[in-house]
Design a protein around this ligand. Structure first.
Ligand code: FES
Length: 631
């Protein structure tokens, strides 16, 4: 069921259109349920044009399947990120997530620019007790898309807890958002109780409330701050979505939270059973974890901080993205000297959804790590890359051309993305040679979003230009192909001089081409030039290196980075686990967040691609005597 479509409000900072989605999920693979959720979200967006779409907790499973936990940076979060970026609205939903050495019921809120806010549910419910741990964060976050409005994230049994309402009320939350799962015992079969929870929460916090539930529980609601139900789906309504417009503003509590533990009367027998179940479940969980009986314990440990800036889910507190094993499932010639490779998950599952502009690290033999842009279909569950044979190169592409055949296995890390398509409505894509790989995915995304795009694609010869016929066939009016042997070099000066007023340029190609573009945009302060590099910038940095001191925020430890050494190496020597791949300021894998001091950025990623407040410790130094890093 879908409510009547409504126009997007003019004053986004005050009135916000919110859609809540109620899916019918199955006892099926997580990836199958995620595909169902994706369809519903797209439909909700088409019908309601909302600023926020709220999904239930546990979007990967109908109920406990015993195996649905995924790494916190895995498929569920990747889907939410993809939808937020593509639909340009905030998307919230929950999933069982492995963080560090434990699994939690985590609720995610993702902003269109890639900012991510995470909340681990503090009380597992029903069967969750046996497979999840309780979190301890407060679930309060500041959403930048709404001028840093304070939003409370709530999940499952937290909706019925007095302490949740009291906490959000004390923090003056301006909006409360969250979900129910399919097996939220003791609420799953108590429609009389779940139906009252959002209204009670709204009046006690004094803020609008959105609760999305699985169709097996029902009770999806959007309530105004006085508890008035603005939109609702019950269990009998089945799968669907509803929307309403609410006003974001200072909270105005009406009721006081009542005493005791629960905001509704669960009954003595239920409360007592819940207590017993909690104790037994926690013990069972510890035992299973100790004996390594959870399937997710076979994955490399991973985690994310509770708040991430734009630029994607990478751990800015140091640590590494997990490597995963893939197998080559297809290999084909794409152009002269260019081979296309398809990787599938070696365990037969699906690889994460990614967004156009993303790249992965290939961990090749002989300790070679090479980055390749993904150029296929972001939701296919596979990774597609195109590799140019560079006979005099650094060895990676040559090895791939000679050795990587169907059936071969290798390790990959990522995806990462510092070249995402922004909300600009007129992207101009400039591709030189093999630089077409990220651009190909971006062109398809721009078409899917209905953007007014153009592509100018240069290469040595027509036969050496991968994807050239396919791209030209998409829309010959929008694509200009410039083979060097026929038309000469790309006219970058003329292209930049004649850019439409709102154009944003996304360019990938040889270092010389990108340096010319940087010079042409040297006076432009709008940040509308976005570059993806395969190699470091050509121009040397004309600053003298000096010693500086690093302070580790986590421990207060200090260490000196001498003028002749990299911060990356000093950190590693001190036992701080920081990723690296290119060691040349190109790939973004060594990004670490700076909490204090001014970094001297020497990477080739640039302002628009670098995660907020991060520095690439493989090449960057400091403009101040001290830097405090979030590690
Ligand atoms: S290791 Fe690639 S940017 Fe630092």
């Amino acid at each position: 069921m879908a409510a009547t479509a409504s126009r997007r409000p003019n004053v986004r900072a005050v009135l916000t259109r919110i859609a809540a989605v109620q899916p019918r999920l199955h006892q099926a693979a997580v990836e199958t349920n995620l595909a169902l959720v994706e369809d519903l979200v797209r439909d909700a967006h088409r019908v309601h044009a909302p600023d926020l779409i709220v999904l239930p907790a546990e979007i990967g499973a109908a109920r406990d399947s015993g195996a649905q936990a995924r790494p916190v940076d895995g498929a569920p979060l990747a889907l939410l990120r993809q939808l937020a970026a593509e639909l340009q609205c905030v998307v919230a939903g929950g999933a069982s997530a492995v963080r560090g050495r434990d699994a939690y019921a985590t609720y995610f809120l993702v902003e269109p620019d890639g900012r991510i806010h995470l909340h681990d549910k503090n009380t597992a419910s029903g069967r969750e007790q046996f497979r999840l741990r309780s979190g301890s964060d407060d679930g309060l976050t500041a959403v930048v898309a709404w001028h840093r409005a304070r939003v409370g994230l709530v999940s499952g049994l937290e909706w019925a807890q007095v302490r949740t309402a009291a906490r959000l009320r004390a923090a003056a939350a301006g909006l409360v958002v969250g979900g129910q799962a399919g097996d939220t015992w003791p609420l799953a079969d108590r429609a009389d109780l779940t139906g009252r929870l959002p209204g009670l929460m709204a009046r006690q916090v004094g803020a609008p409330v959105v609760m999305a539930a699985h169709s097996s529980v029902g009770g999806t609601q959007i309530c105004d701050r006085d508890g008035t139900v603005l939109a609702r789906l019950d269990r009998a309504d089945g799968e669907g979505h509803v929307s309403a417009t609410v006003r974001l503003g200072p909270s105005e509590p009406i009721d006081r939270p009542r005493g005791g533990t629960w905001t509704v009367d669960l009954g003595r027998a239920t409360v007592s059973a819940l207590r017993t179940l909690t104790a037994v479940g926690a013990t069972t969980y510890r035992l299973r974890r100790t004996t390594r009986r959870f399937a997710w314990q076979d994955c490399p440990a991973t985690d994310l901080p509770d708040e991430l800036g734009p630029g994607g889910p990478r751990p800015h507190r140091g640590g590494s993205l997990p490597a995963r094993e893939v197998v080559v499932t297809a290999r084909r010639a794409l152009a002269d000297g260019v081979v296309g490779l398809t990787f599938s998950a070696a365990d037969g599952g699906l690889l994460p959804v990614w967004a156009a502009g993303a790249h992965i690290d290939l961990l090749l033999p002989n300790d070679l790590i090479r980055q390749y842009s993904l150029c296929g279909e972001p939701t296919s569950g596979r990774f597609d890359i195109a590799v140019l044979d560079v006979p005099g190169g650094r060895g990676g592409s040559r090895w791939i051309h000679q050795n990587l055949m169907p059936g071969e296995r290798l390790q990959v890390r990522g995806p990462r993305n510092h070249f995402a398509l922004s909300a600009g409505s007129q992207p101009v894509f400039l591709a030189g040679g093999i630089g077409i790989t990220p651009i190909r995915a971006m062109v398809h995304e721009a078409r899917a979003r209905g953007l007014d795009w153009r592509l100018i694609y240069g290469g040595r010869t027509h036969s050496a230009m991968a994807f050239v016929d396919e791209l030209r066939a998409l829309d010959p009016q929008r694509v200009r192909v410039v083979p060097l042997d026929v038309d000469g070099l790309l006219d970058l000066d003329g292209t930049v001089a004649n850019l439409p007023g709102r154009a944003e340029v996304f360019a990938c190609g040889p270092a010389g081409m990108l340096e010319v573009l940087e010079k042409l945009f040297a006076e432009d302060t709008t940040g509308r030039l976005h570059l993806e590099r395969f190699e470091p910038r050509l121009s040397p940095v004309d600053r003298v290196d000096a010693d500086f001191t690093i302070t580790l925020a986590s421990s207060g430890r200090q260490m000196v980075v001498p003028a002749h050494r990299r911060a990356l190496d000093v950190l590693r020597e001190a036992g701080v686990p920081v990723d690296s791949a290119c060691r040349a300021g190109v790939c973004g894998s060594c990004a670490v967040r700076v909490l204090d001091g001014t970094p001297d950025h020497r990477d080739s990623i640039g302002e628009s691609g670098r995660p907020e407040n991060a520095m690439m410790v493989c090449v960057s130094r400091s403009l101040t005597p001290d830097l405090t890093l979030e590690v």
